[in-house]
Design a protein around this ligand. Structure first.
Ligand SMILES: NC(=O)c1ccc[n+]([C@@H]2O[C@H](COP(=O)([O-])OP(=O)(O)OC[C@H]3O[C@@H](n4cnc5c(N)ncnc54)[C@H](OP(=O)(O)O)[C@@H]3O)[C@@H](O)[C@H]2O)c1
Length: 296
């Protein structure tokens, strides 16, 4: 008889994310162990507690989830956890701080429902944790490196856009061309989407990036994905529930439209953690799970 499924939720925040806990329960976890306020030095002891309590044949029934509001802090915890595993002594883990991996995967997969991203020009407005993972996916596994896309990396400050391009080139080995764009004004933001095939709106919540009229421009993007669920819309005219609606000549995806699929990906990833004890689900693997869900 298989052991109860235990998910240990690591979170550097003072309170472990309620959102992540609810998804875990809805995904069939039997017992959720919350670990808030986790720092790097705590990780080894906690992971050893997960690894050394059940026999190797039962380790698939214990898994780790890493969440939290500060993506860099959580990723540092994940690095520490991975160092603890050896040989068959390991448990599966998933990383999704602030929902960045599941959200980026869902956003890219939604866009791909409407357009083949290979050899396209893609504008990413707002290159925080979610935007960076969108760039990662469209420059690598999402296009399968077949034909190099051109990615416009947008920030309100030129220096930051240039720095982000340099950092992303280093962290994502790819043939993609990364082009920095300053988008500090409405005019600059319009210039950043001019001639682009796809625009992803991934700036902070509640920020209107593209104002009324952009869809009537001479060369509006064929596909627009807006991840901002807090009014006003990030890309004016994209409705929050859109999931492939055509508005003017642009196929639109809104934050809830994408979010529903993101939730499915999250739940499926949690279920997969308990299928074997050797899975590491980070952005590329999360994307692969989403792709399978979309094609099944
Ligand atoms: N639909 C879903 O299921 C879901 C799930 C998770 C997240 N989200 C949404 O995804 C989006 C991106 O999340 P994130 O955590 O990556 O965002 P974030 O870190 O809060 O912000 C991303 C970037 O937005 C830019 N920004 C901040 N304030 C701005 C302003 N007033 N005007 C223009 N740009 C501004 C900043 O870039 P610069 O300083 O370089 O300009 C910042 O790095 C958010 O809207 C979030 O709510 C959606």
């Amino acid at each position: 008889m298989s052991k109860p499924k235990i998910l240990i939720q690591f979170d550097p925040d003072a309170h472990a994310s309620v959102f992540d806990s609810v998804v875990a329960v809805d995904s069939g976890v039997d017992q959720l162990l919350l670990q808030p306020n986790v720092s790097e030095r705590d990780v080894q002891g906690l992971v050893h507690g997960a690894m050394f309590t059940r026999g190797p044949e039962d380790l698939r029934s214990t898994a780790l989830f890493f969440g939290g509001s500060n993506v860099e802090r959580t990723e540092a915890l994940v690095r520490e956890a991975k160092k603890c595993f050896f040989g068959p002594m390991r448990v599966s883990l998933m990383s999704d701080p602030n929902g960045c991996n599941t959200t980026a995967a869902a956003a890219v997969l939604c866009a791909q429902q409407s357009i083949d991203l290979a050899d396209k020009t893609i504008t990413v407005l707002g290159v925080g944790p979610v935007g960076q993972r969108i760039v990662h996916l469209v420059t690598g596994p999402a296009t399968e490196g077949l034909v190099r896309p051109r990615i416009r990396i947008c920030s309100r400050t030129k220096e930051k856009a240039v720095k982000l391009c340099d950092e992303l080139r280093e962290s994502i080995p790819s043939e993609a061309e990364l082009i920095p764009f300053q988008t500090g004004s409405a005019e600059e933001t319009i210039a950043a989407i001019d001639g682009a095939d796809v625009v992803f709106g991934a700036a902070a919540a509640g920020v209107e990036l593209l104002v009324d009229g952009w869809m009537e421009g001479e060369r509006p993007p064929a596909v627009a994905v807006d991840l901002n669920a807090v009014p006003p819309a990030g890309l004016h005219g994209v409705e929050v529930m859109d999931r492939g609606e055509k508005r003017k000549s642009t196929v639109c995806y809104g934050a809830i439209g994408v979010g529903g699929f993101k939730m499915k990906i999250h739940r499926r990833c949690i279920q997969m953690l308990f299928e074997s004890n050797d899975q590491i689900l980070e952005v590329e693997q999360v994307y692969a799970v989403g792709r399978k869900l979309m094609t099944d």
